[in-house]
Design a binder for this molecule. Structure first.
Ligand code: ITT
Length: 192
């Protein structure tokens, strides 16, 4: 079995990535905790590629990275690629977003997830993006998930991400959609 290093330090993302990769022939390995790649890219995809490539080169193994975030229409796409850097923890990030949006009625937003896979030489062999549209709630709703989940509402299923089961979030989320594109390509690679 070939090792695939899951290049994230975010426990919420890690849990979802591990569950999406379950059943593939890859032997998943955690990223060394001291390895932190600076996200200097201008897009989600650039940052995902930077993280996958750097972690692959340092570990000498295949690596998969996720760069994701929430872009709010009325805030000109903020926090976007700066979603993790918006405030110091998940609670404060949600508080800041709700404060910036105030009682504006245009509450449209999208979650974006870019996934990149690098070979042990650090070359990017897969890059895909998933986008999920929704609305920013006025208050937190639900207790599951992580990050901005309690304030991101998907009208089609009348639930916030934090109210979804893991299976439902897989079906409707940005990360689930990105993995739908990535998994068949990973399968082909394993056959090489
Ligand atoms: P790594 O770079 O180590 O993977 P990170 O948390 O720094 O971890 P990002 O730079 O990609 O990751 O930032 C993503 C931000 O968006 C972060 O604040 C997440 O909590 C949030 N986020 C991403 N996907 C999410 C999801 O499915 N639900 C809620 N919040 C999410």
């Amino acid at each position: 079995m070939t090792v695939l290093v899951v290049a994230t330090g975010n426990p919420g993302k890690l849990k979802e990535m591990q569950s999406y990769l379950e059943g593939t022939p890859w032997q998943l390995q955690l990223k060394p905790p001291e390895l932190d790649v600076e996200e200097t890219g201008a897009t989600f995809l650039e940052n995902a590629c930077l993280k996958a490539s750097e972690i692959a080169k340092v570990t000498g193994e295949w690596a998969i990275a996720d760069d994701s975030g929430l872009s709010v229409d009325a805030l000109d796409g903020a926090p976007g690629i700066f979603s993790a850097r918006y405030a110091e923890d998940d609670g404060a990030r949600i508080d800041r977003l709700l404060m910036e949006l105030g009682d504006r009625s245009d509450r449209g937003a999208q979650f974006v997830c870019a996934i990149a896979v690098a070979n042990p030489q650090g070359e990017i062999v897969i890059q895909e993006e998933g986008i999920a549209r929704g609305e920013i709630l006025r208050d937190r709703q639900g207790s599951g998930g992580f990050g901005y989940d309690p304030i991101f509402y998907v009208p089609k299923v009348e639930k916030s991400y934090a109210e979804m089961t893991p299976e439902m979030k897989h079906q409707f989320s940005h990360r689930g959609l990105a993995f739908e594109l990535v998994l068949p390509k990973l399968k082909l690679l394993e056959g090489d």
